[in-house]
Design a protein around this ligand. Structure first.
Ligand code: FES
Length: 356
């Protein structure tokens, strides 16, 4: 093999092969292209203009961070409006998102513009060497860094430096405020009950159709929500979007039409209507929606960790990690439609610290 060729080893081969297609030719180092000075390198006015532009971007970031903090406390979290092309939405979230985005954008664009117009852009080729540097190399590196600092004229641009620090420091606000205050109030006794109350109509979700018992055939399974909490869009005088979201997480119910002869529990029969029974959809393990109903066995399966509940026997757990049966919602007929006869008699969902 000549000195002008480099051996390319075969996978797993120890000796370097020679000749044939396993060699590639050396080529000369083309070197760096000639350095072209930028406008701001040769024109003091252009450099000043760039400095002002960078300052403006960092100032924009500072103002946006302050605006975020003000809006976080001043704007009503339930403020809603209608936007062109988007429709109804929560404006509070929109405002917080926009101010945080502008704050971050100001820092990003400022840093990029500073690097592209004012920072030294001379190309430097660094030769490969052993990882451990000797003292002379370290001294040389320190000298290069000091020279870079001087060339960047950081000591002559204190305003820029201060604004960079200010923008970075204030950007902590949009991150810290939601973390500290965004966890919401303590749950109190809200975990003990849901929005279900006596007389509330059972509505198919998301269509919002009320249910007549005679419309359900044996084996029918429907996902129902209480009247007023169906779908995603709330009415002006109805519950807020947040209340609808909370209801979906706690008040979702699975309605099943069983053969009354298959039901083993008297309580289950009493709390149902002609074999139609309603159970919380929230798994008592860790709260996944239980939604897989097996018609032949009358088993209800949670897809998360396979807890299985027996629908003909008070939804007792017959397999899996859940420790409690699914709570039953008592139902009755009023004016021909299925309605709740009461709320749940016990807390729905998984166990929690204060639960008895
Ligand atoms: S959440 Fe249902 S089994 Fe775990």
């Amino acid at each position: 093999m000549s000195d002008d060729q480099i051996a390319v080893p075969e996978p797993h081969a120890t000796p370097a092969t020679t000749g044939g297609t396993d060699t590639i030719d050396r080529f000369d180092n083309p070197g760096l292209p000639p350095h072209r000075p930028r406008r701001s390198d040769v024109d003091a006015k252009a450099a000043k203009r760039a400095e002002h532009q960078v300052s403006a971007l960092f100032t924009l970031s500072v103002l946006a961070s302050i605006a975020f903090a003000v809006c976080y406390f001043v704007v009503d979290p339930n403020l809603r409006g209608r936007l062109i092309l988007i429709g109804p939405m929560n404006l509070y979230h929109l405002i917080l998102g926009l101010t945080m985005a502008v704050s971050l954008l100001g820092i990003g664009l400022g840093a990029i513009h500073w690097a592209k117009t004012l920072m030294p852009d001379t190309e430097i080729a660094e030769e490969r060497h052993l990882m451990a540097s000797d003292q002379a190399s370290r001294d040389e590196t320190a000298g290069v860094l000091s020279a870079g600092f001087r060339e960047a004229q950081l000591d002559r641009r204190p305003v820029l430096l201060a604004l960079t620090g200010g923008a970075l420091a204030l950007f902590a606000i949009p991150v810290a405020l939601p973390t500290i205050f965004g966890l919401g109030p303590l749950p109190g006794d809200t975990l003990e009950s849901t929005v279900w109350k006596r007389g509330m109509k059972l509505m198919i979700d998301p269509s919002g159709t009320p249910i007549r018992p005679e419309h359900l055939t044996q084996g029918t399974v429907v996902h129902v929500m209480p009247e007023g909490f169906v779908g995603d869009n709330h009415e002006e005088d109805g519950p807020s979007a947040l209340e609808i979201m909370e209801a979906k997480a706690t008040a979702s119910v699975l309605l099943v039409k069983l053969n009354p002869g298959d039901i083993q529990s008297q309580k289950q029969l009493d709390w149902g209507v002609d074999g139609i029974v309603a159970y919380s959809k929230i798994c008592t393990h860790v709260g996944c929606p239980v939604a897989l109903y097996e018609r032949q066995t009358h088993h209800l399966l949670c897809p998360c960790h396979q807890s299985t509940f027996d629908m003909t026997n008070d939804c007792e757990v017959i397999f899996g990690p859940a420790k409690r049966p699914l709570p039953q919602l008592p139902i009755m007929v009023e004016n021909g439609y299925l309605v709740a006869a009461d709320g749940f008699a016990e807390p729905i969902g998984p166990s929690y610290w204060e639960r008895g």
